[in-house]
Design a protein around this ligand. Structure first.
Ligand code: BTN
Length: 259
């Protein structure tokens, strides 16, 4: 670990800055078990075993942003889904700041960020439920952003991109200011969510959501559904309209929206 961090994050963040780690999510979970405080951020320059959603690999070469936020206040179970939207909004805001002016930045259900229709960032949330209280003891939100490089496809077979590929230059390719903006926007979103609930978070997300009202393919573990992305419900589920069948509420799955 360097002697001095290259980044000063506002209170209540505690920054743990690493050159290399297996996975910032795995490290944040280890720190959670050791009693690390709420809002600990683990930031690594590279990961040797970066993980995506659904057990996929997250390619983690140096030059991109890899970090995880540990949240350890008692959160009800539905908080996991809702905080994913808080994080996605902060992520999209920060990418919009770093990307060249006029770049189209969108969010894709549940927590991806797209730039010009290509996936640039993803979020992996993990939590430790407390069986007695039914709340989470802690949550880890892991965020990866393709800054300097990207795989040809993300592992969910969605076309990928990076800030570099979108023409970002100078500070737009520096991961520290991106993390700084993101961390601050996340704190602001967290305060909104705590004070006003999920409503404003949902509206902010919907304002730049890709594919609402259009065709969508949802891949679930045992079936693939083709329908229309009807709405985002008040808990963050995707409401899928199916031909001649009742609507389905989708709470987890891979979603493909035509680019
Ligand atoms: C996705 O599949 O879209 C989610 C990708 C999440 C990747 C990030 S990188 C930092 C953190 N550590 C990990 O191992 N994964 C997340």
């Amino acid at each position: 670990m360097p002697d001095q961090s290259s980044l000063q994050l506002p209170s209540p963040y505690t920054l743990v800055e690493l050159e290399s780690i297996d996975s910032t999510n795995a490290e944040a979970k280890r720190l959670a078990e050791e009693g690390a405080p709420d809002c600990t951020i683990v930031w690594a320059k590279r990961q040797t075993a970066g993980r995506g959603r659904r057990g996929r690999e997250w390619v983690s070469a140096p030059g991109n942003l890899y970090f995880s936020i540990l949240l350890r206040l008692p959160y009800p179970m539905e908080a996991m889904t809702q905080l994913g939207f808080v994080a996605a909004n902060a992520l999209a805001d920060a990418i919009q700041v770093a990307a060249p002016r006029g770049t189209l930045v969108q969010v894709k259900w549940p927590n991806d960020v797209l730039v010009e229709g290509h996936k640039i960032a993803g979020i992996l949330m993990e939590g430790e439920p407390d069986m007695d209280s039914g709340a989470f003891k802690w949550l880890v939100l892991g965020i990866g952003v393709n800054v300097s490089s990207h795989p040809a496809l993300d592992d969910g077979a969605y076309p990928a991109t990076s800030l570099a590929a979108q023409g970002a230059t100078g500070e737009g390719l520096d991961v520290a200011p991106l993390l700084d903006t993101l961390a601050k926007r996340f704190l602001a979103g967290l305060a909104t969510w705590r004070n006003l609930g999920f409503g404003p978070i949902r509206r902010h997300w919907l304002a730049r959501a890709k594919g609402i009202g259009g065709p969508v393919t949802v891949r679930l573990p045992n079936e693939t559904l083709e329908g229309v992305f009807g709405a985002l419900d008040e808990n963050g589920a995707l409401v899928l309209h199916l031909d001649g069948q009742p609507n389905r509420r989708i709470t987890a799955g891979d979603v493909f929206i035509p680019v």
